[in-house]
Design a binder for this molecule. Sequence first.
Ligand SMILES: O=C(O)C1=C[C@@H](OP(=O)(O)O)[C@@H](O)[C@H](O)C1
Ligand SMILES: C=C(OP(=O)(O)O)C(=O)O
Length: 475
Amino acid sequence: MSAVDAAPWPAPAASGPLDAVIDLPGSKSLTARALVAAAVAGGPTTLRGALRSRDTELMRAALTALGARFEELPDDSGACADAVLRVTPAPRPFPVRAGADGVARIDCGLAGTVMRFVPPLAALADAPVVFDGDAAARRRPLAPLLDALTALGAEVGYLGDPGFLPVRVGPGGGGPLRPADPARPEAPHRVSVDASGSSQFLSALLLAGCLLPGGLAVTPTGPVPSLPHVAMTVEFLRERGIAVDEPDAGAPVGARTWTVHPGAPRGGTLVIEPDLSNAGPFLAAALVAGGRVGVRHWPAHTTQAGDAWRWLLPDLGGTVEQAREADGSLTLTAVGTGELHGIDADLSAVGELTPTVAALAALASAQGHASRLRGIGHLRGHETDRLAALTTEINRIGGTARQTADGLEIDALPTGVHLHPARLRAYADHRMATFAAVVGLGVPGIEVDDIACTAKTLPDFPALWAKLLSDREGR
Ligand SMILES: O=C(O)C1=C[C@@H](OP(=O)(O)O)[C@@H](O)[C@H](O)C1
Ligand SMILES: C=C(OP(=O)(O)O)C(=O)O
């Protein structure tokens, strides 16, 4: 039985103002970087608060196939229910573990982080690896990264459609492992990449770049979306002792070069922040239902895209408060009245927040407000074509949405026209499933065909959502 054959999930409608405070598991993006850095580090790493979800389990399996070891320890802090992981880094070159048929395989599932961050490591392994994933992963862009690896001397062989999974990646003649210039061993390797389809191509090269003799200088040939995620990669490497030179923000596109210097990231203990992108649907719930929803342990400084909720939610009709708890941590609380505003926003830097923003915008359209979401053409290459999916699902419930070249427009509905119940499709996309959950708060009778796909980054979503709605005492 496939997930969509399972019984649809009835999205609960709001029955009154909320008053909840929640703890969320660790950030998917920070956990992915932490697992990769720990797997190639100069010594063992202990990770606290690491996310356990489909994406991060696949990342662990991928890095295990390249020789890293992961051991779960009992959580002695009592502070969080997430895994405490002890990571023993892989020796180099990474010793590839082949299956019974002599072929080493890595399953990427639908995880952009696995399908982008791990192939550069396979170029530094002792044998080729075959990467494949879900049917939807075979449609996600990969060619610019693989072209960059080929330019660095790796072996890349397409096993299906050129430019897509499945693909075999190996060290070739050892290209990336040799100095770029034998006469100047300190000189970095240099490569260009078109990262306009995904910032993950740039992050992937930077994460592996410190392992190349001389390091790696990467020049994107076009615009780069999701720049906070690149900043996250850079900050992450620097915190682990790797020097990274960043280009001037004002430098022209095509002339901006990120240079990562050689070295092994430091091991040690690392605490992962809660996932602020996954905080979005919960905070949005306060705007739809009215009342208050707090998220504990909001970081005071962060590179996570989800920190943008602090300005996005006020634009959409809510207010945001931050309070310091007795233990010194921050709780961020969204406060709403049920009255929503439309929004006209460039979301290129925070594209993964779009489905939640679109849910609020769709509900705002039934209160007479139009919205325009711009700068997010690259969402066509996410877990599903999110611009197509959001348009279809908003129109399915009686809204009026259309795609533009780089985003979405949602028209204000005439007075007296309401959104109506429907069974919404998730397209195997965790954020389309949570889009539907937020819509369902405001439109009684919404069902979701596949709520289980939220396990990609937030396995407990249905239970957390139920608690959000029942927890009237909150604190
Ligand atoms: O590096 C990362 O962890 C991510 C980068 C972004 O990818 P895109 O630049 O492809 O949007 C983001 O949307 C994705 O959810 C996670
Ligand atoms: C785009 C996303 O994921 P991925 O890491 O698979 O690219 C996302 O989580 O919104």
